[in-house]
Design a protein around this ligand. Structure first.
Ligand SMILES: [Zn+2]
Length: 301
């Protein structure tokens, strides 16, 4: 089913930039998703397919609960910015209401009602309506689930991602009802004139024009995936999204099961490695690392 929403190109910089601004970053756990080990670490070798099938058919006893995060970014002038939306509050009661019937069958979620952003943002002094800007790393169902909670916000997404998600369907990880709202959707063009290289990344866009929130193109996991580099007072935070699920994947020791473009994923990982070599003090956060996420601080500034 084609989507009804027509996004407009983003005009950069967006409003709210401030010279030398530094942001505060809050990693927020909105719930977890149950996945077989192969989801984050694909078996290789002759019997790989059989091992994946065995895991999918197993009793789920050795499956992993993977964090599903969102990130609150507080900017001194632009206010509250969100990176991804995590799970919608209804997922705590009935995943099918938000993910659709196929989603309910395919995915098992774990979410407490108080993990919803409508509870977790006010606990950090931010109301839902205060969020004016949402950067979507991509539009997979576990990142776009709570888009409808922010009708007054501007959403930015890579133009290739919007096109892929609009035609993708749940088989490719998208559920259009989550994002097909007549909100202020804006597309980023990494082939456009504002694009610059930045610290190892070939393509970056400076969203507010002050260097505090930079979006970098990290295609591969999906065809329009993007990550976000944030400047805090004490250094940089790179929110990877699904450019890598885990630290093992970042280190080349694991490969995810589902990838839309393996060549682009590897190129993105190379750019991330270059960034880390040039910015060794940066905190780099993959989306779905169940060991790393509980070790993160409440916020970074
Ligand atoms: Zn994804």
């Amino acid at each position: 089913m084609p989507v009804g929403t027509v996004p407009k190109p983003a005009v950069l910089p967006l409003r709210g930039g401030l010279l030398d601004a530094a942001v505060r970053v809050h990693p927020i756990l909105t719930g977890e998703i149950h996945a077989p080990p192969a989801h984050t670490d694909r078996p290789s070798g002759r019997l790989a397919g059989a091992r994946v099938a065995a895991q999918l058919l197993s009793s789920r006893g050795n499956w992993n609960w993977l964090p599903v995060p969102a990130f609150l970014v507080e900017h001194p002038q632009a206010g509250a910015v969100l990176i991804d939306t995590g799970f919608h509050p209804t997922c705590a009661i009935d995943a099918g209401a938000n993910l659709g019937r196929a989603g309910r069958l395919l995915y098992q979620l774990r979410m407490e009602p108080e993990q919803a952003l409508r509870t977790q943002l006010p606990a950090r002094g931010v109301e839902l309506r205060d969020v004016r800007l949402v950067v979507m790393t991509h539009l997979h169902f576990d990142h776009a689930s709570a888009v409808s909670e922010f009708p007054g916000a501007t959403f930015v997404v890579d133009r290739h991602e919007w096109a892929a998600a609009s035609n993708g369907g749940l088989r490719r990880g998208y559920h259009a009802q989550q994002f097909d709202h007549a909100f202020d959707w804006r597309t980023l063009d990494f082939e456009g004139e504002n694009v610059r290289s930045f610290s190892g990344f070939a393509r970056s866009l400076d969203l507010l024009g002050d260097g505090s929130v930079r979006v970098v193109s990290t295609r591969g996991h999906t065809v329009g995936h993007q990550s976000v580099i944030l400047r805090t007072r004490h250094g940089e935070v790179l929110v990877l999204g699904d450019a890598a699920y885990t630290q093992a994947e970042l280190g080349g020791r694991a490969r995810p099961l589902v990838v839309q473009d393996e060549h682009l994923r590897r190129r993105s990982l190379q750019e991330i490695a270059r960034y880390r070599a040039q910015t060794p003090d940066a905190l780099v956060i993959p989306s779905h690392d169940g060991e790393l996420f509980p070790q993160l601080s409440g916020f970074y500034e």
